[in-house]
Ligand binder design. Structure first.
Ligand code: ATP
Length: 312
């Protein structure tokens, strides 16, 4: 008997060399990204970075101009039934029929999905405290997001795609939703591809992350590896170096006089040797947060991203 392939190595999404232009605007610039089954991939980027455009390609709503997209090994543009029935999707705009009541939404959604799990849907409805008699148009922003997530989850899709799932929600609701996402993945080995500009959220739930800026993936990999390979070092010089110290792997340098802080990416030992060569000593060393790493890679902080969200 042939052994079954390792589930954890099965690619669910494979994106290679994907570019997309809207007129003069290059919304996606040679994006390559793989997501394997059972993983939570957090896609982080500021407003306009290209996250929704990338998600639209995964759903087959946009045809690649350059490059390719495969979901479950299939082309989502050429084979929508073979792909979309296996995906649960929550859009940034929620896209729910506003005139329905919650109970009607559940009955209506069930008709589309042969694998709809009514008990699971009811469990989620209770967990999210959604009144079955409430009209969708009267739901709060948080309740709308929960109703959308419920519909996306209840047919137990193999792949859950969430575009800014917690956009505009308070931290409590965000956590509640994120816990549901994590549970969905953990319980059944399913895959989640979600976008957010909230780095704390990305850090809490993702196995892998991809940072986007101006249509490009600027950093991608397992979250733990990314956190472990970035360091914030404080260097102390015997004499003021006169200009910011130059070290291979340094992403951001700040300070003045005798003391400089360097956010760097690479092996820690090499930085110790480089500091010594520059005539400095490493006097403090701390783990860099995802926020700092993003700032160093993209040039804007997470709070700037959040402000962008408010300004939208
Ligand atoms: P946000 O967080 O604001 O949703 P995003 O990262 O999802 O941002 P996209 O919506 O993918 O970003 O947009 C990427 C770029 O492509 C933006 O400059 C946007 O204005 C542009 N764009 C997206 N869709 C279209 C379209 N249909 N026509 C023209 N330009 C578009």
């Amino acid at each position: 008997m042939t052994p079954s392939p390792d589930r954890s190595l099965r690619p669910v999404i494979s994106i290679a060399g994907l570019s997309r232009r809207f007129g003069p605007r290059l919304a996606l610039d040679n994006v390559s990204l793989d997501v394997t089954s059972g993983q939570v991939l957090g896609l982080v980027g500021a407003n306009g970075a290209g996250k929704t455009t990338l998600i639209k390609h995964v759903l087959g709503l946009l045809k690649p101009q350059t490059g390719s997209v495969r979901v479950f090994g299939r082309d989502p543009v050429a084979d929508p039934p073979g792909v979309l029935g296996r995906i649960g999707f929550l859009s940034e705009d929620r896209d729910l029929p506003m005139w329905m009541r919650v109970a009607e939404l559940l009955r209506y959604s069930r008709a589309f999905y042969p694998r709809w799990d009514a008990d699971y849907a009811e469990g989620l409805r209770r967990q999210f405290q959604l009144d079955p008699a409430a009209r969708i148009k009267h739901l709060s922003r948080g309740e709308l997001a929960k109703a959308g997530l419920l519909v996306a989850l209840a047919h137990r899709p193999e792949l859950l795609v969430l575009d800014e799932p917690s956009s505009g929600l308070d931290p409590l609701v965000r956590r509640e939703m994120l816990e549901a996402i994590v549970r969905a993945v953990a319980d059944e080995g399913r895959t989640v591809f979600f976008s957010s500009h909230l780095l704390d959220e990305i850090e809490r739930v993702s196995d892998r992350i991809a940072m986007m800026d101006s249509g490009r993936i600027v950093l991608a990999g397992p979250l733990t590896e990314i956190l472990e390979s970035h360091h914030r070092l404080t260097l102390r010089f015997e004499r003021p170096p006169g200009r910011p110290p130059a070290m291979a792997g340094a992403l951001r340098v700040s300070g003045e006089g005798l003391e400089w802080t360097v956010l760097c990416n690479g092996a820690r030992d090499e930085f110790a040797a480089a500091a010594k060569r520059l005539g400095a000593e490493i006097v403090a060393e701390e783990a860099a947060s995802l926020d700092e790493i993003f700032l160093a890679r993209v040039g804007r902080s997470a709070s700037a991203l959040a402000t962008g969200e408010e300004l939208k």
